[in-house]
Design a binder for this molecule. Structure first.
Ligand code: KPL
Length: 322
């Protein structure tokens, strides 16, 4: 099986390393030629637990140079995994992806499916509009991963990945899907195929909408967020507002989601949220697709969203260049 992974951030490197280690033909497509060069030379260094356990060879190229090389049109592939951040999914990236999908078309002329691993909402609609003919899968992962440098990733917590056709489909499982699930199982990756992925996206969004902006605003790790009573009150208010909007947008309740937020803070207590890491590194955050996504849903539904608007404004004010 051949998989192209677009984006070599924490998740791209983590899945690239684990799948390549299990014998999958992995090609990492990066932003920069430097990162691709380093990956080709040194492979991916995967840290599991406290120790560097393996250095895994992978092939890599920059996305720009790969699609510009007409010779690549011969290289078919079975799946394209999209592991770039929402902020990078702009017009130029969508146009490059459309070229990549054309080049990757399998020999029996089937379109190569895209698996999208982004946080937040909005990306699936953008992908659908840009590539109406391409099968799309949304993926929600609970794996913990931290990129240490351009070819080193730390697997900080085990989780699973749920994949689902987008928009929802009750279609019978195909050979291609079964093969992917088997391949992931062989790589030690816990993976599920589900037609409930939209609900998973909403539930992950709810968790990220509470933990991510508040950890970034207060500059605290996930476990420290609910320890202070005032911060906990803000978490709870943000949670209640977000949950009500998401339920009105079609999310199906799965028990006590406030307790779930607290459990995740505890389970990831030593972690910095991805938004806190982004603001610390002056990178563009995903706030527009997390709290901004909830504000847009609220507007469509004619509901107020003052807490989501407030954290959106604060993240932008605190870090104007993100
Ligand atoms: O998904 C996360 C993130 O940081 O984006 C949480 C669940 C908050 C864990 O850090």
């Amino acid at each position: 099986m051949k998989i192209i992974i677009v984006g070599a951030g924490a998740l791209g490197l983590l899945y690239g390393a684990r799948l390549a280690r299990a014998g999958v033909d992995i090609l990492m497509l990066t932003y920069s030629d430097n990162q691709a060069e380093q990956l080709n030379k040194e492979g991916i260094a995967l840290i599991e637990g406290e120790n560097l356990v393996s250095r895994i060879p992978v092939k890599a190229a920059s996305l720009r140079s790969y699609i510009a090389d007409a010779g690549q049109a011969q290289e078919k592939c079975d799946w394209i995994w999209l592991a770039v951040k929402q902020a990078h999914l702009d017009e130029s990236m969508l146009a490059q992806l459309a070229v990549l999908v054309k080049q990757a078309k399998t020999s029996n002329a089937e379109e190569t499916p895209i698996v999208a691993l982004q946080n937040g909402i909005g990306h699936m609609d953008k992908l659908r509009a840009a590539m109406p003919q391409v099968p799309l899968y949304a993926a929600v992962t609970t794996e913990g991963a931290l990129r240490v440098d351009s070819n080193t990733v730390h697997h900080t917590g085990s989780g699973s990945i749920m994949l689902g056709i987008w928009p929802r489909s009750d279609e019978i499982t195909s050979n291609r899907q079964n093969l992917l699930l088997k391949t992931m199982e062989g790589a030690g990756i816990e993976a599920y195929l589900s037609n409930e992925v939209e609900n998973r996206v909403f539930h992950k969004l709810l968790i990220n909408a509470v933990i991510n902006p508040l950890t970034a605003i207060f500059d605290v790790r996930n476990g420290d967020l609910p320890l202070d009573p005032q911060r906990k009150r803000l978490m709870e208010t943000l949670h209640t507002e977000s949950e009500q909007i998401l339920l009105a947008a079609g999310m199906v309740s799965e028990g006590d989601s406030w307790q779930r937020v607290l459990q995740i803070c505890e389970a990831t207590a030593r972690n910095e949220s991805s938004m806190l890491r982004d603001v610390q590194a002056s990178r563009v955050t995903e706030v527009d697709w997390i709290n901004g996504g909830i504000v847009s849903l609220a507007r469509k539904l004619g509901k107020p969203a003052p807490m989501n608007e407030a954290v959106l404004t604060m993240i932008k004010a605190l870090h104007p260049n993100t």
